[in-house]
Design a protein around this ligand. Structure first.
Ligand code: PLP
Length: 379
């Protein structure tokens, strides 16, 4: 084959692809299954009600047609009603973009907002999906620090702003830390984005995965946030639809238009059966299923937490999201070595915190999206 593009040398393999290969190698060599607390891939079967609705939607008369680029009227209306009920936020039709998962948004929005060499502020530690695509495109991630307990601190971000800064990404409930944000912190970051005239990209993919009575806000609850902000949402975690690839971006209409323009060159929209499924999920939510899912994640979180203490890890229990963010013992050489030793010796996979940025060193991320029926045989 001819030499592949130079840009492939700018970024390394996606961290979870790399870890999956390592796990396969260990399993093949030892013949023993690895208990993987790596990826945040929801394993709980979706509600039967949604599966039936999806099956019916595939059979519909025009289901096979190209769906068009934006939202169907039914999708936009359903999401609008859901935002109003859930967050007290009103959305216009031109403030809604259906996505093939939130990652479709995180990876393509830079093409709509940044030119070559422009900068985007990215949380450190943060979801690797925020920076990999930027680097691939020849744009520049500028990593901003969080407080010691992984909260947002606008004062620490201000010195990083340059004339090339075009946007800031903020993600709470956070992957990887499980930390959440207060309305005061969100108000401060909206004011920050307005002050520097940059776009605020709020990733709210974990808004509906909350424990112990916690309720995650939307950035659009902040008055006039739509002047500068857009928000990503995802069906992957909330409904266990990760493989179906469904999400949205809502907020500033100019940014929505710009993203649709980019996406019109890249994909051909969210299929009609998936948009029909989204309408059912948003408007006829199976509350019983959702409550059972949260109960199950809470149960797993608490059992996994007990086991992690046996490994000498220290952490706070997360109030939202799908991860425990834990500090490794002081005598461990690094988060990568800690994880690789655990994988080799005990067939347990955790993700090294360094995979989420330099400030993730000395930490590991532990996914609670794991069937733990056999957990006792590993600890
Ligand atoms: N944003 C964050 C913070 C995530 O952790 C993830 C997935 O793990 C995504 C976006 C991607 O979600 P989706 O499956 O909707 O593409």
């Amino acid at each position: 084959m001819p030499k592949p593009a130079e840009r492939l040398n700018r970024f390394s393999e996606y961290v979870f692809a790399r870890l999956a290969k390592r796990v396969a190698e260990v399993e093949k060599r030892t013949g023993r299954k690895v208990l993987g607390f790596g990826a945040g891939s929801p394993d709980i079967r979706p509600s039967e009600k949604y599966l039936a609705a999806f099956a019916a939607a595939i059979q519909a008369e025009k289901a096979h047609l190209y769906p068009g680029y934006g939202a169907t009227p039914a999708f936009a209306e359903a999401l609008g009603r859901w935002y109003q009920k859930r967050f007290g936020v009103l959305l216009n039709r031109d403030e809604v973009v259906p996505l093939l998962g939130a990652k479709d948004g995180t990876s393509h929005l830079p093409l709509a907002l940044l030119d070559d060499g422009d900068e985007m502020l990215i949380p450190n530690p943060g979801y690797p999906g925020f920076s990999g695509s930027l680097i691939m495109y020849g744009m520049k991630p500028v990593y901003y620090p969080l407080t010691a307990d992984c909260r947002l601190n606008v004062a620490a971000i201000e010195p990083l702003v340059t004339s090339r800064t075009k946007a800031i990404v903020v993600n709470f409930p956070s992957n990887p830390t499980g930390q959440v944000a207060t309305l005061e912190e969100l108000t401060a970051v909206v004011a920050f984005a307005k002050k520097y005239n940059i776009v605020l990209v709020y990733d709210n993919a974990y808004a509906e995965i909350a424990f112990d009575g916690y309720r995650a806000p939307s950035i659009l609850e902040i008055p006039d946030a739509k002047d500068v902000a857009v928000e990503f949402g995802s069906f992957s975690k909330t409904y266990s639809f990760a493989g179906y690839r469904m999400g949205w971006m809502v907020g500033n209409a100019d940014v929505c238009r710009a993203l649709l323009q980019v996406k019109s060159q890249i994909d051909s929209g969210m299929s009609l059966p998936l948009q029909a499924l989204a309408v059912v999920a948003l408007t006829e939510t199976d509350l019983e299923w959702h409550e059972a899912m949260i109960r199950e994640y809470t149960r797993r979180r608490d059992i996994i937490a007990q086991k992690l203490k046996l490994l000498g890890l220290t952490f706070e229990l997360p109030r939202a999201g799908l991860y425990i963010w834990a500090r490794i013992p002081d005598d461990a050489p690094s988060s990568e070595e800690f994880c690789m030793k655990l994988l080799e010796e005990r067939h347990i996979l955790l993700t090294p915190g360094s995979a989420f940025g330099s400030h993730g060193e000395r930490y590991v991320r532990v996914s609670i999206c794991v069937n733990i029926d056999a957990i006792d045989t590993y600890f």
